[in-house]
Design a protein around this ligand. Structure first.
Ligand code: SF4
Length: 342
């Protein structure tokens, strides 16, 4: 049998029982796909159930207050997702008579929907014959075909998308895309793939050549002059948490927001706790800011965090106006103020 048919037969018998798999309503599929962005399946389930019970249609979501929508999102983080959902629900009501349309271009026009999500909704809810490529797809296909190409390159992604498009031809692409998701989560994991349990092992060239542990090749271009920070707009009531730099270094004696070279806002929370003993909640992504110094470039990925207790490093806006702030952090503060009503 073909790769696709073997995978579909396995999915039929082994698919995870997830609440959004009991419906084909595009609205519910859309909510689940947005919640699943950067969030684990187990975390999403109770949020999905509560959210869809309260907001049963795009109409109900569009007419709710933003405050209430945020309340139902509280704890999931990345509030921009909730904001985009509501903005898109309004667009669906106003432009599409309250119904989502099974057209990839129209799905892509909705806020917060990129190519993966559009193809996932299109295939699952509307039976469109499209392949939804995400990290699982990149990894599994590059292993299946023993590809040595760097999956971080757009050229390779295109190649893998084309292979996926071929694989779904003439089959149920929605099930195939969900099967890839389940296979990637349970068997063809990033580390230690369980090839002995894999339903498509007989097709897998990486397995035949014992390359499954080294594939995919994923090399992100690094430039030593580029530094990526997670920068924290940390607030407590109407105050912001700032730190003063030491007497040496690039921004000596200037004030700014705390920042760490870490992968995610959640690692920021851990680093901050280790440094200060203080607890934070991740609230939202604010903006990505680039600041060029003469010999290096900072990429500041600014997030909003809520501090859970008072601290001596907190300042009101009035106080901050009198502090010496580095130009890079003036940009950061401006972005933060646009989200907070101080
Ligand atoms: S055989 Fe192993 S490496 Fe190949 S697709 Fe299956 S789990 Fe992944």
């Amino acid at each position: 049998m073909s790769i696709a048919l073997d995978l579909l037969a396995w999915y039929d018998q082994n698919k995870r029982d997830l609440p959004w798999r009991h419906t084909k309503d595009p609205y519910f599929i859309w909510i689940s796909e947005i919640m699943l962005q950067q969030t684990q399946v187990e975390t999403v389930i109770p949020y999905y159930l509560r959210f869809t019970q309260r907001f049963k249609t795009p109409q109900e979501l569009s007419s709710a207050s933003q405050e209430e929508v945020y309340k139902y999102w509280e704890g999931l983080g990345y509030y921009s997702r909730a904001r985009n959902l509501q903005a898109s629900a309004k667009m669906i009501v106003e432009e599409y008579h309250g119904k989502m349309i099974g057209d990839i271009e129209k799905l892509l026009a909705l806020k917060g929907i990129g190519p993966y999500t559009a193809n996932a909704i299109g295939s699952i809810a509307f039976d469109l014959n499209v392949f939804a490529l995400d990290g699982n797809g990149l990894r599994i296909i590059s292993r299946l075909y023993n590809m040595e190409d760097n999956i971080a390159l757009p050229k390779t992604m295109k190649q893998i998308q084309a292979i996926g498009d071929e694989l779904v031809k003439g089959i149920n692409a929605g099930d195939f895309n969900q099967a890839i998701m389940d296979l990637g989560a349970t068997i063809c994991r990033p580390k230690n793939p369980a090839c002995e349990k894999c339903p498509i092992v007989q097709h897998c060239l990486a397995h035949q050549q014992h390359r499954q542990d080294v594939l995919p090749i994923n090399i992100k271009k690094k430039n030593n002059q580029d530094i990526h920070y997670i920068t924290g707009g940390i607030y407590y009531q109407d105050q912001l948490y700032l730190i003063k730099n030491g007497p040496d270094g690039l921004l000596a004696n200037l004030y700014g927001c705390p920042q760490y070279i870490v992968e995610s806002p959640y690692s920021f929370v851990e680093a901050f706790k280790e440094d200060t003993g203080l607890e934070l909640d991740v609230i939202d992504h604010v903006k990505d800011i680039k600041h060029v110094f003469s010999h290096r470039t900072w990429y500041m990925h600014v997030y909003l965090f809520k501090l859970n207790s008072a601290s001596k490093h907190l300042y009101t806006k009035k106080e901050i106006d009198k502090l010496p702030i580095s130009t890079a952090h003036v940009k950061v503060l401006k972005a933060i103020y646009s989200c907070l009503e101080f």
